[in-house]
Design a binder for this molecule. Structure first.
Ligand SMILES: [Zn+2]
Length: 227
């Protein structure tokens, strides 16, 4: 067994420096790519934490069975990633804009029982995803929700109205989230696109808030939260 080959193999100073540059470039690439997908983190991990895990992912295992991959190279890579991690964490604590750049901002998705309109337009949210999130937290319709915030780690935080302040709102469960064909007078209907409430007179009426985006209305609910 040749110890020098396990630890050093053909590593030169020049190649060590090259590894350093490669790691930094890849780190920036991974984080940019993840940010550009527009996705939030997954399962309690922010984009930044995900980048660390992806960066360390293959380097931990490969040197265990790859002859051409000496331990020293893995050590250089891991140290660089950890250094970048420390540097970014420090930067994020010091400068808010840097944190927003790496992790994104938390976004208001629901305000006062309605979906925040420009967030839908920007494509920052899909109805399915956020309806599912709210349903899982026991919410039946938007009239129960005062504020819904999408966190940078992809979690959804909700502030709910107390039962007495619950108003009419867009239903979130599939059976009630259905476009009506016949309109009853004196009944609240909710725009299926943005959650805007109206007494409509025609099932194909334009929404007063999102205008041309929606001509579908669901019968609004005002059931109160039971906790
Ligand atoms: Zn609307």
């Amino acid at each position: 067994m040749d110890w020098a080959s396990i630890f050093i193999y053909d590593t030169t100073w020049a190649f060590a420096a090259e590894i350093l540059i490669r790691v930094i470039v890849m780190f920036v690439l991974i984080i940019s790519f993840l940010r550009f997908t527009g996705k939030r983190g997954v399962r309690q991990l922010s984009i930044f934490e995900l980048t660390i895990i992806l960066s360390l992912g293959s380097i931990a295992g490969d040197p265990m069975f790859t002859k051409e991959l000496p331990i020293i190279q893995a050590v250089i890579i891991m140290s660089t990633v950890i250094l970048l991690y420390r540097l970014c964490t420090w930067g994020m604590m010091k400068y808010q804009p840097f944190e927003d750049l790496l992790e994104g901002k938390s976004l208001y998705i629901v305000e006062d029982g309605m979906l925040v309109y420009d967030k839908i337009v920007e494509g920052k949210m899909s109805h399915d995803e956020f309806f599912a999130e709210m349903r899982q937290q026991g919410v039946e319709h938007l009239g129960q929700v005062r504020t819904g915030l999408l966190e940078t780690d992809g979690n959804f935080s909700l502030l709910l109205y107390p039962p007495d302040d619950t108003s009419y709102g867009l239903p979130l469960f599939p059976k009630q989230y259905q476009a009506v064909e016949q309109v009853e007078s004196g009944t609240y209907y909710a725009c299926m696109y943005c959650g805007y409430l109206d007494f409509i007179s025609d099932a194909n009426q334009q929404c007063g808030r999102c205008e041309d985006n929606c001509r579908n209305w669901a019968k609004a609910l005002n059931t109160k939260l039971v906790r």
